[in-house]
Design a protein around this ligand. Sequence first.
Ligand code: MF3
Ligand code: CO
Ligand code: CO
Length: 280
Amino acid sequence: MRFAFSAKPNPNADTTMQGNRKLLLNESQRDSMRAAGKFNASLMDYLRPFILPGISTEEIDKLVYDYTTRHGHTPATLGYLSYKKSCCTSVNDVICHGIPSSYRLKEGDIVNVDITSIVDGWHGDQSETFLVGKCSDEARAITQAAFDCMHRAIRALTPGCFVSVIGDNVVMEAHRRNYSVVREYVGHGLGKRFHQYPNIPHVPDRKSRQERLYPGLVFTVEPMINCGTRFTKLDSRDNWTVTTRDGRLSAQFEHTVLMTETGPEILTLTQNGPQYGHQF
Ligand code: MF3
Ligand code: CO
Ligand code: CO
């Protein structure tokens, strides 16, 4: 039996898009998101030279708060649900949502700094994993893997492609190196809201094989890659910190991406950070 397949994205035909059509941004809304992403990236560039052995993660948090507010903007995580800090700092076996504390980074740590800004009502969201001083080969390799997974997934995207293209590419790149991919925490649409339609799983699932990334949609790609088991543990004391079950290392990178009529546009590109192809 023949069945028709239209290569041209048609949001009207995608029932998962119903009720979410307004999330496909017009050119002026896209410019607002470009400005939010650009500011958020400038904050990452500002932080980079401070991420050294001896700095505490709450000192990093203060740098984030001060830089953001000094520029007239707002850290999105501050007061988000029960979260009370301006960024997340996830060290070593912490997968994500590490809460800034008096812990001081030491040589050999890896730390993911995840920052989200609200600029004139629009969000920019990104993270980088930093190698603190001289690191083990394993620390370097897992950081490289997370970086390559993110970029491979972004570069595979085309206008109107399935969301599952992201999971397919992340899994391929991670498994090739014998690393695992976290499932419980996902990327997300963002815009006027921090977390909105669609969910962006980094492992393909049934829903992501049915939903499409139409021009005008903004979302994050933020794979969390583990050296050992993919399984996670939520800290029962703070209800935020997510660690690997086996205590082995985890790394993550995140960009905010706008799908355009010609392909993906990364809105959170930095000036001084690692660019596509970087070797850690
Ligand atoms: N920035 C994270 C993300 O990429 C979310 C952090 S929410 C917080 O989606 F409350 F933990 F800060
Ligand atoms: Co983030
Ligand atoms: Co995010």
